[in-house]
Design a binder for this molecule. Structure first.
Ligand code: GDP
Ligand code: MG
Length: 270
């Protein structure tokens, strides 16, 4: 699920992340920037192939807050959606067809932070507090192409400090197994050092030296979404659908869903 203020590039990023154009079934307008403002929760399921393994991935795009006069309502759309999936799973689990439950629980929430602040805003902290006991939060800095490298580094540091000082529980990347090879360990260290991921999204394919890339063309040059020097996009994609997918699901099952179940059961027994 993607969450954050309206206009931060949430729809664009999920479109870029999973390459296939999620919106291709829509009637496509002439302009190249096809993504329209998201006004309701949109659920898209797709099959993607990662290293020869086919997987079914569902992306939940949310309207984002900031447009409504009352932010409260736009937050509730997200938290209600997450709770609703837990409730459905809980009902299915107590039913007769326990073996064939479709798991629609939200396994990861990408929380978008604007690039133009100094750190997290009060409203970010408040929303994170409503989410952190329900879902794995992975913080991303939106539109990182608008920041210099040192600005990115500083913003990352400030965000991490705010998260720590406000006792917000982000998704915790697990320790790397000691029997993994050195290359994997190095990759894992780099991944952890990049948190919160600074990302860039684009719906435009450009042709650079005969190669097609997803990028953003500026008067002074091109930002290549997949270039690790330009953004943490690839790191985010790899962790989501490859290296950490199973762990995200495990934490959802063992921690967040367990919290929900415990609450349900204590309510029933009252
Ligand atoms: P959403 O409301 O969060 O879903 O944002 P959209 O995906 O609709 O994007 C809002 C605007 O920001 C569009 O004009 C996008 O082209 C632009 N945008 C999206 N991603 C980026 C990015 O990474 N960098 C920059 N500079 N602009 C972006
Ligand atoms: Mg949107």
């Amino acid at each position: 699920m993607v969450v954050g203020e309206s206009g931060l590039g949430k729809s664009t990023l999920i479109n870029s992340l999973f390459l296939e154009d999620l919106y291709k079934n829509r009637k496509i307008p002439e302009v190249s920037d096809r993504i329209q403002k998201t006004t309701t929760i949109e659920k898209k399921t797709m099959e993607i192939e990662e290293r020869g393994v086919k997987l079914r991935l569902t992306v939940i795009d949310t309207p984002g807050f900031g447009d409504a006069v009352n932010c409260e309502d736009s937050w509730k759309v997200c938290t209600n959606y997450i709770d609703e999936q837990f409730r459905q799973y809980f009902t299915d689990e107590s039913g007769l067809n326990r073996r064939n439950i479709q798991d629609n629980r939200v396994h990861c929430c990408l929380y978008f932070v604007p690039p133009w602040g100094h750190s997290l805003r009060q409203m970010d902290l408040e929303l994170m507090k409503r989410l952190h006991r329900k879902v794995n939060i992975v913080v991303v800095i939106a539109k990182a192409d608008t920041l210099t490298s040192s600005e990115v580094a500083k913003l990352k540091k400030n965000i991490l400090n705010d998260i720590r000082d406000n006792d917000i529980q982000m998704y915790e990347f697990p320790e790397c197994d000691s029997d993994e090879d050195e290359e994997f360990k190095q990759q894992d260290r780099e991944l952890k050092a990049s948190i919160p991921f600074a990302v860039v999204g684009s719906n435009t394919t450009l042709e650079i030296a005969g190669k097609k890339i997803r990028g953003r063309q500026y008067p002074w040059g091109v930002v290549d979404v997949e270039n690790p020097k330009h953004s943490d996009f690839i790191k985010l994609r790899t962790m989501l659908i490859s290296t950490h997918m199973q762990d995200l699901k495990d934490v959802t099952e063992d921690v967040h869903y367990e919290n929900f179940r415990a609450q349900c059961i204590s309510q029933i027994s009252q």
